[in-house]
Design a protein around this ligand. Structure first.
Ligand SMILES: *Cc1c(COP(=O)(O)O)cnc(C)c1O
Length: 410
């Protein structure tokens, strides 16, 4: 039995794993203590839950000490703290930051805010695959560079940057390296020591945990990274993030980390097979379908495709009752702006508004994928049948004359 609408939008958020919820529940009920109240059992039990979660998060990412995990409200806050906190702390050393054109807005807009304060930002371009050029990064580093921020996995096209190579380069040049791993953590193995990561943003609700909680990994040794906090107050989280800790959220996030550590290998193999089933199904049923970004270096759960001649918005409306997906472009807003990621990888103008992002999750089934293929193909054909341009250039008559219209991978 399929439960409708089928959820295939796991890059915007994942369902909460029932095992995570079970861990959280006591902290919303009888264990309501404040983790900073050291003088009674309520407080001490809450503090223990927080410290256990810290260990689990540290263990998942291979941190050398649990103290390197700073709990925040999510990856947006972690990105802000990493960029603005490092920029302010190392202002004497330099004022130059390097990032990429396909980062999440939390990074890009933090960079813009820093530019307004006199920092200089180099924004690296990416190729057709969505990958930065390491040589270009090498050349961009100068003696005023304090921080490189490159995301581990992209939230629209799922492309995986070569984080290890960037980490090595950053080390060689004595520059701090931050990575936004909101999409990567819990989906691929990420070990901060092996990858040379100094700062890493995590988000609980992208890995089957609750919303409103995340973490920033802050390296304590080789080198010891120092940050100026964004939020001042009671001095929680080593003074880097004041405010009463979200104990149920943090406990849930910890459980999500422990599950990820145990289940990532099996999960990703299964997701890869489901994703390939989806991809093959769509390509076998439709012509003029184009993949956005690298297929080789991509999260197992991601597929971002453009259905030529089909406005993504119309397709989403057509599918709404049965399938929950997103457009690659943020075209549902009042001000329809095509996605900065698709623009950065050079998607042609006429395909910019036709992309759909599928994000699979741990609980999807083959049955759901098969239904999705059938339903999407049907909806695409229906919309194309109403398109005068498709009829003229790619319709059944045109396709007969030009057998090349079978879709291609860019
Ligand atoms: C979702 C996401 C964020 C924001 O995370 P929140 O926890 O929702 O604040 C930041 N970066 C990337 C890459 C994301 O996918």
């Amino acid at each position: 039995m399929i439960k409708f609408p089928i959820y295939l939008d796991s890059h915007s958020t994942t369902p909460v794993d029932p095992r995570v919820l079970k861990t959280m529940k006591p902290f919303l009920e009888e264990e309501f203590g404040n983790a900073s109240s050291r003088f009674h059992l309520y407080g001490r039990r809450a503090a223990k839950a927080v410290e256990d979660a810290r260990e689990m998060a540290a263990d998942l990412i291979g941190a050398s000490s649990a103290e390197e995990i700073i709990f925040t409200s999510g990856a947006t806050e972690s990105d802000n703290l990493a960029l603005k906190g490092a920029a302010e702390m190392y202002r004497e050393r330099g004022n130059h930051i390097i990032t990429t054109a396909i980062e999440h807005k939390a990074v890009l807009d933090s960079c813009k805010a820093l530019e307004r304060k006199g920092y200089e930002v180099t924004c690296l371009k990416v190729d057709r695959q969505g990958l930065i050029d390491l040589e270009e990064l090498r050349v961009a580093i100068n003696d005023r560079t304090i921080l490189i921020s490159v995301m581990a996995a992209n939230n629209e096209i799922g492309v995986l940057e070569d984080i290890g190579a960037i980490g090595r380069l950053a080390k060689e040049r004595g520059v701090l390296f931050h990575t936004d791993a909101a999409q990567a953590c819990g989906r691929i193995p990420l070990r901060v020591e092996e990858l040379g990561i100094d700062l890493m943003s995590l988000s609980s609700h992208k890995m089957y945990g609750p919303k409103g909680v995340g973490a920033l990994y802050v390296r304590k040794k080789n080198p010891r990274v120092r940050l100026v906090p964004l939020i001042d107050g009671g001095g929680h989280e080593r003074g880097l993030r004041s405010g009463t800790l979200n104990v149920p959220g943090i406990a849930g996030f910890g459980a999500a980390c422990a599950l990820a550590k145990k289940e990532v290998p099996a999960d990703s193999a299964r997701l890869l097979s489901l994703r390939e089933r989806l991809r093959k199904g769509l390509f076998d049923s439709l012509d003029s379908v184009f993949i956005n970004g690298s297929m080789e270096r991509r999260l197992a759960c991601n597929l971002n495709v453009s259905f030529a001649y089909v406005e993504a918005e119309s397709l989403l409306i057509e599918l709404e009752k049965e399938i929950a997906v997103s457009s690659g472009a943020a075209c549902m807003s009042a001000n329809p702006e095509p996605s900065h990621v698709l623009k950065a990888i050079g998607v042609e103008e006429d395909l910019l508004h036709t992309s759909i992002r599928f994000g699979l999750h741990r609980f999807n089934t083959e049955e759901e994928i098969d239904f999705t293929v059938k339903r999407v193909a049907e909806a695409v054909r229906k919309i194309r049948a109403q398109s005068p341009i498709y009829g003229l250039t790619r319709g059944p008559a045109a396709a007969k004359e030009n057998p090349a219209h079978t879709g291609r991978e860019i």
